[in-house]
Each structure stands twice: as C-alpha cells, then as structure tokens.
Design a binder for this molecule. Structure first.
Ligand code: NDP
Length: 344
C-alpha cells in the first residue's frame, strides 16, 4: 500500500510551479529539439512520463537548415528538413509532450532533482534529464558562404551530396570528416577538390591513403577560401588564396564544409564527462552519462555517425533509459519510506 501512496505523491508533485512562477518540477525534462529530442519526447510521453521539452535556439535542430532529406527511412519521395521536424514535433505533442520555446542557459547537476535554467530566468527541476542539444557544424564565417547556404553550400555531404551527382564539388578541411566526406562525394560526383589550409592532412593515415588513391579527388594544399562565388541559381565556384598570396579560382557547384562540429554541451562542462572537443561521454550501448538520471542522446554525444536516423534511435534509447531509471528510483524510494515507517 505504501508503495502506491508514495507514487501518488510523486504524481501530485508534477508540474508544480512555485508562487513566484520561477521553479517548476517535472518528471522528465528534455533539452533540445532535433530528431533525438523529439524521439525521446514521443517515447517518454507514450510512457506517461509527462515530458517537458525546451526547443533551444534552433527549434528542430540542424535539419531545419537543410532542404531535401532523402535518406530517412519511411519517406520514399524524400521530405524537406523543416517539414520533417515539424512532423516530429506534432507527433511528440500528440502524445502530450509539453513543447516550449526557450533555451537552457545553465544547469546544476550536483543534486537531484537536477536544475536547468531557461533563458537565464526560469528554473526547472527534473527527476530525469535528457540532453539532446545536438552539435553545430562549424562554418568559415564568410559572408558569401552565408549567402549561398542551402544553395550549394552545405555542411553535410551525406545529406546533400546526391544533388551534385556527376558535377564538380569542393570539400573544405583536412581531418577525418573532410576525408570521409570527400570519399563519399567521390562516389557520386565527377570531381572533388579537397581544400586544405596546410601541407599535410590531419586525417588518420588510413583515410589519407584512401583519399590519395582516389583518382577523382584532388587536394588543393595550402589554400584558404576567400570567397564562395555564385549567381541566382547557386554556387558556381570558389576563390582561393595560397599561403604565398597567390589567388586562384575553381569551378564547382557544391561547397561542403567539413572543418569540425561543436557539440552544444557548454552548460554541462565540469559536471559531465566529455571528450576533449566537448562530446558528452555515454556508457557504451546506452545513453547514461556519469551522472545518474542524466541521459545524453543525438549529436551531442556522437562525433561519428551524426545522422538524423541515428540521433532518433539514441533519443528512443534515452527515453527508455529514463523510464527504467525513474521506475527503479521510485521503487527504491518507496521501499526506503516503507522501511522508515516500519522502524518508527
Ligand atoms: P578535426 O578537428 O579533426 O579537423 C578539422 C579540419 O578542418 C582540420 O584539418 C582543420 O585544419 C580544418 N579547419 C578547421 N578550421 C578551419 C578553418 N577556419 N579554415 C580552414 N580549415 C579549417 O574535425 P573532424 O570533424 O574531421 O573530426 C573530429 C573528430 O571526429 C576527430 O577526432 C576525428 O578523428 C573523428 N572522426 C572520425 C571519423 C571516423 O573514424 N570514421 C569520421 C569523422 C570524424 P588543420 O588540420 O590545419 O587544423
């Protein structure tokens, strides 16, 4: 009996806002609204966990900056990235997720319930926290690059490479991502220029070898992008500058950035285990972080796959991990309360 009493109390406490309207207690809080966050929300809502989601700065995440998505299973004709994310959102809301506009600006994971500050003002306390804040592709910061974003400029060859089938394209960067993107594009495009600012690649030896052995990849050494060239139809070329100051141009219709991603994990620094670049470490095969009851899914914990479908898969895992965690916790707390009662 005590068991059920305890759980009823927990239920009653949900979604309580204090008198100042500043601190709210929720069972499951999801921060971030890409495929990982929405999938976590769908599963958590269907498990009656009453999830509350804060969408973050870019509701829908990175997919809202792409056009056609053709590699997400279930859309044989493809779908526009923003539309797909709108449908993810509708599905999450259909089962009762409370989706809110707002950005997590601080977090205190030192004690449970965990506190997340929204927009530097409101505090939300959560019994379980799902971090799905994603990662942001780095761009060079050129005005021309911004101008042609989505019109030939892309930070995802796997997403957009197909649109440049049989054409000439360029990839910027010299790391494993650039090598991987160049190799992927080499299988689709006529010619791939790899633009690198130094005279040696950062990519692993094996990836370098594969790049050098691929006939239609040409590495442009010691070259920096000065300007992305284009017209009303999109990108037409790139103006480059060599280290010695010499300028030259190449003709391409696609310009792919692969100079790294930045995981959006700053507010958790010093509280969660991360790798050197800020990707949150999760236990292999799960979404558990080093803090019990805090789960990470999607690109914020994945530097390797970074696909919508893999993010969605890990969002599902995060919701299932949270559900199991919460029911174990509730059971343990109820048992402890029962024991205390018995000892009185
Ligand atoms: P990296 O940081 O390894 O490489 C970034 C590349 O971009 C570097 O070559 C860098 O040049 C270049 N770059 C950075 N900023 C600029 C700029 N402003 N202008 C021009 N060039 C610039 O990032 P990656 O995304 O490639 O890799 C991240 C991590 O993920 C790595 O640990 C990598 O090994 C791993 N990874 C593994 C894969 C796999 O195992 N299959 C696939 C993809 C990534 P410079 O070299 O001069 O610094």
């Amino acid at each position: 009996m005590a068991l059920f009493k305890k759980m009823d109390n927990i239920e009653d406490d949900q979604n309580q806002v204090d008198v100042n309207g500043e601190v709210e207690h929720v069972k499951v809080l999801i921060v971030g609204s890409g495929p990982a966050g929405y999938t976590a929300a769908i599963y958590a809502a269907r498990a009656n966990l009453n999830p509350v989601m804060y969408e973050g700065m870019e509701p829908g995440g990175q997919l809202t900056t792409t056009t056609d998505v053709e590699n997400y299973p279930g859309y044989p004709e493809g779908i526009q990235g923003p539309k797909m994310m709108e449908e993810f959102k509708q599905q999450a809301e259909r089962f009762g997720t409370d989706v809110r506009f707002g950005m997590a600006t601080a977090a205190d994971l030192s004690q449970r319930p965990y506190t997340v500050t929204i927009d530097d003002k409101k505090k939300v306390q959560a019994d379980a926290l799902i971090i799905a804040t994603g990662a942001s592709a780095k761009y060079l910061g050129l005005e021309s690059e911004e101008k042609f974003r989505g019109m030939g400029v892309s930070a995802c060859a796997t997403c957009d490479g197909f649109f440049y089938k049989g054409q000439d394209v360029a990839v910027v960067g010299g790391g494993d991502s650039a090598a991987e993107e160049a190799l992927y594009l080499a299988g689709i495009c006529k010619k791939v220029y790899m633009i690198h600012r130094r005279d040696e690649l950062r990519a692993s030896k094996i990836m370098q070898e594969r790049v050098f052995r691929t006939d239609n990849i040409e590495v442009l050494w010691n070259s920096q992008t000065e300007e992305v060239l284009g017209d009303q139809d999109g990108v037409t070329g790139v103006r480059l500058k060599k280290r010695d100051g010499e300028e030259y141009e190449i003709s391409v219709s696609g310009f792919f950035l692969a100079i790294g991603h930045k995981p959006n994990s700053d507010i958790f620094k010093g509280q969660l285990d991360m790798d050197d670049t800020g990707y949150i470490n999760t236990e292999p095969g799960s979404t558990h972080t080093n803090v019990e009851g805090v789960f990470a899914c999607g690109d914020v914990q994945d530097s390797i796959y970074r696909q919508a479908v893999t993010a969605a898969g890990s969002g599902c895992q995060a919701a299932l991990d949270s559900e199991r965690y919460l029911s174990r916790k509730e059971f343990e707390e109820a048992k402890a309360a029962e024991k205390e009662q018995a000892e009185k």
